[in-house]
Design a protein around this ligand. Structure first.
Ligand SMILES: [Zn+2]
Ligand SMILES: [Zn+2]
Length: 599
């Protein structure tokens, strides 16, 4: 992969003679895969230069993806000035964190209202699609992307991009959860800091916020940025090959930047890690090669990062178990602003009762709770059986930075006082969004019991392959030019394949399958891009092996009218059938139905 820096500065653009070497433009990085997939990381003022450069290549249509970490100005101010967005025939997909109130599109439109900018978002000439993200995975061409929340006053996402064995991580703006870790101390990591290190694990290149130094940090606590000392330590521990310090402070001139790099290299020398450190400079190009044959293990959650536009369907709730009244009030207000149902408890026993009875979506517990250890609540919850006990987010308010105790008790994260309502809301949202799971199971039809009886009565389930069915899947594969064609029967809790072209397995669990959706109706069901369809974006077959993207299924009827299963087409890339092809698939389905009778 090739990386080019167009903007490296944090907070505000800083043009002038003191920043010529490292650059004055704010965050914007261009990344290209070997197959030519173009990814733009953030749209700070550096996007202006990138946009102009892209247009010098003539009028050929351009297609690209813009990944926004968050919508602070220094990451989006170049968006209205990114010229390819104004050119017809250009196609851009824009991704960014799914907020609580406004969508990514609405937030970007906000900075282009007529009081701020002469051209409205809707007047851009290019085709622009907006995608709201939560934590999880998605694919951009040949690049597999993992999105993970960072720690910043606004909801912020870091991106891990993997392609052909090469890993690049873009993580700005981020402050370590532990203040001692941020100050450069070698202290044990809590769960969230360990998780962040995991996100960097084994990367060939990490581009990381390093706005401050440990000396400057005491007056910057809570601003949402890292120190050079922390980043070097984390990258070395995470077995990173190359680290590009990024999001340079606007007050740091070129000579001061050189000093920071020198200090960083001295620190690396003390660790003995094979880590190369540089400070990202505007205009600099890095060719990132595969440097690892064996890479530190990294296993992201197997769920899609594409947020459901409906937001969270289920009502969410929070337990605030806090005995300190001002803190409890502040948290209650934040919960109300986020639209969360509130449960309160002022002591350990009440808190445990509330959890058992109401199972709130998020637990916020004060460490010192009415004379007892708030971690007792944490231990009681984690000690119970079931998915809720294992997965609910538990956050501990503690003032003395004791990550080992929190980790041992099973806490998800911590909150250190003082904090304000805005910060708490951002944290609540990221904890809730990172534990939310929205796999949509197909509803059952009205006569499901009768339908299953009819399917079983065909006598086809678990029989050997037959030429009279296989010929149809072969024909369909050639006709529609798809790698996989199946004739499926939807049994009570599984999908069984009477014929399977291009796929070895002959059954799959019903919960995750597409066909149970297709048999709800008499017409062909088409899913042009599963990642963009809220029913399937989280589907394990989409976000994991075999990474399905396209599906089209014609329902197959039995003589009694029950829809038994489908003749379906599957592809690993997005595509769509035109009307004539939909008709053709229906016609082929009708021929397969005749075999049900003629068996
Ligand atoms: Zn920033
Ligand atoms: Zn920011």
């Amino acid at each position: 992969m090739r990386v080019r820096f167009w903007g490296t500065r944090g907070s505000i653009a800083k043009a002038g003679p003191s920043t010529v070497r490292y650059g004055g433009n704010t965050s914007c990085v261009e990344l290209r895969s070997p197959d030519g997939t173009l990814v733009v990381l953030d749209c700070g003022t550096g996007a202006h230069g990138l946009g102009s450069a892209l247009l010098t290549g003539g009028n050929a249509p351009r297609r690209g993806h813009i990944l926004i970490t968050h919508t602070h100005w220094d990451h989006i101010q170049g968006f209205p000035f990114f010229a390819p967005l104004r050119v017809r025939n250009n196609e851009w997909d824009v991704y960014g964190p799914h907020g609580a109130g406004l969508s990514l599109r609405e937030t970007l439109a906000g900075q282009m209202q007529y009081t701020y900018f002469p051209l409205a978002l809707d007047d851009l000439g290019a085709t622009v699609r907006y995608h709201d993200l939560v934590e999880g995975r998605f694919k951009l061409g040949d690049i597999q992307v993992t999105a993970q929340y960072l720690h910043h006053p606004a909801l912020t996402i870091g991106y891990r991009l993997e392609c052909a064995g090469v890993v690049v991580v873009y993580a700005t703006d981020h402050e370590p959860h532990s203040r001692r870790l941020a100050a450069g101390d070698a202290v044990p990591r809590g769960r969230e800091d360990a998780r962040h290190e995991q996100f960097l694990a084994g990367a060939d290149l990490v581009i990381h916020d390093a706005q401050y130094t440990a000396d400057e940090y005491p007056s910057k606590v809570g601003w949402g940025h890292s120190t050079m000392e922390y980043v070097v330590q984390a990258a070395a521990a995470a077995d990173v090959q190359r680290l590009a310090l990024f999001h340079h402070d606007p007050l740091r001139d070129d000579d001061a930047m050189e000093n920071v790099v020198t200090l960083a290299r001295q620190r690396v020398a003390q660790t003995n890690a094979p880590l190369e450190v540089l400070a990202a400079a505007e205009g600099q190009v890095l060719d990132v090669e595969r440097t690892r044959r064996v890479r530190s293990a990294y296993t992201p959650a197997a769920k899609s990062a594409i947020a459901s536009p409906a937001g969270n369907v289920h009502e969410q709730s929070v337990l605030v178990a806090v005995s300190d009244a001002p803190t409890a009030d502040l948290l209650a207000d934040a919960a109300a602003e986020e639209g969360l149902r509130l449960f309160s408890a002022a002591d350990v026993d009440t808190a445990i009762d509330v959890v058992r009875r109401d199972q709130p979506s998020l637990l916020i517990i004060e460490r010192s709770l009415a004379g007892r250890d708030g971690l007792d609540v944490c231990r009681a919850v984690r000690g119970a059986e079931g998915t809720y006990a294992k997965e609910v987010a538990i956050v501990v308010i503690e003032d003395d930075d004791d990550p080992e105790a929190l980790l041992a008790a099973g806490a998800t994260g911590s909150l250190a006082r003082p904090f304000d309502a805005g910060y708490v809301r951002t944290r609540m949202r990221s904890w809730l969004l990172s534990t939310a799971w929205h796999l949509e199971r197909a509803p059952l039809g009205d006569n499901e019991a009768q339908r299953v009886r009819a399917v079983r009565a065909t006598g086809l389930l678990d029989t050997k392959p037959e030429e009279r069915f296989d010929r149809y899947t072969r024909i369909a594969a050639a006709l529609f030019d798809v790698p996989v064609v199946l004739i499926t029967l939807v049994d009570a809790d599984r999908l069984w394949f009477k014929s399977h072209y291009g796929m070895d397995t002959c059954e799959s669990p019903r919960d995750a399958a597409f066909c149970p959706h297709a048999i709800l109706d008499d017409t062909v069901m088409q899913v042009p891009d599963a990642l963009l369809d809220t029913r399937f974006a989280d589907n394990p077959l989409v976000v994991g092996e075999p990474f399905l993207r396209f599906y089209a299924g014609a329902p197959l009827k039995l003589p009694d009218g029950s829809r038994a299963g489908t003749l379906c087409l599957v592809d690993y890339r997005p595509r769509s059938l035109n009307d004539a092809q939909v008709q053709l698939l229906g016609d082929l389905g009708a021929l397969v139905e005749r075999e049900f009778r003629g068996g």
